[in-house]
Design a protein. Structure first.
Length: 202
């Protein structure tokens, strides 16, 4: 596939495609293009998607359960290996094939299952405490769904998913969408002129 074809699919120009892909190495042939399967493998390798990443979800409310039931993670190399909660009424229950375990056992869970990524789906008030526990247990990457700003020490990767912010972004685009022109039925009667229009005709 040529850089022009890739650019058209990505919505950018061909020069940008060639520049970006050059960071991966020399995978294109001038006048021929890119071997798609080789390029896909190399991008997957660069993104860390060629290996299995064990994930623990902390907080099994509605959001945590929805994340635990989502099957798309496994297809991308993210394997849910632990479900953790502080609520004794939830501990001992299960979601799918996984049991919900106590947050008091988080350190042992992370160590025994080599958890690499922690997902926080707790209420805002305990998000920082859960973050600290994950960091102390040795988790190197954290995805925060809680509606709170948390901090991590240097060397720990943190990403925040703020659904309210995403909705605000959509609200902006919705507000600035062009107003569609109403369709006029050729068989419909012509609307009466307004008073202003009638005055102008005189």
């Amino acid at each position: 596939m040529s850089s022009e074809q890739l650019a058209e699919l990505a919505g950018v120009n061909a020069a940008k495609v060639r520049k970006d892909l050059s960071y991966l190495g020399s995978y294109g042939t001038r006048g021929v293009g890119y071997d798609v399967s080789e390029l896909v493998d190399e991008i997957a390798h660069e993104l860390g998607l060629t290996q299995d990443w064990p994930v623990a979800i902390v907080g099994l409310g509605n959001l945590g359960r929805a994340l635990a039931n989502y099957r798309g993670f496994g297809a991308r190399g993210f394997r849910i290996v632990a479900l953790v909660d502080a609520d004794p009424d939830k501990v001992g229950g299960s979601v799918g094939e996984l049991d919900i375990e106590s947050i008091d056992d988080l350190g042992a869970i992370v160590a025994d299952r080599n958890v690499a990524i922690g997902v926080i789906a707790t209420p805002a008030g305990v998000a920082q405490e859960v973050t600290d526990r994950l960091v102390d247990a040795g988790v190197g990457s954290i995805l925060n769904f809680a509606p709170a700003v948390v901090t991590v020490p240097d060397g720990v990767s943190l990403r925040k998913v703020d659904l309210a912010t995403e909705l605000q972004i959509l609200s902006f685009y919705q507000q600035h969408r062009p107003t569609p022109t109403p369709l006029v039925d050729a068989g419909a009667p012509t609307p009466p002129a307004t008073a202003v229009q009638a005055t102008r005709r005189r």
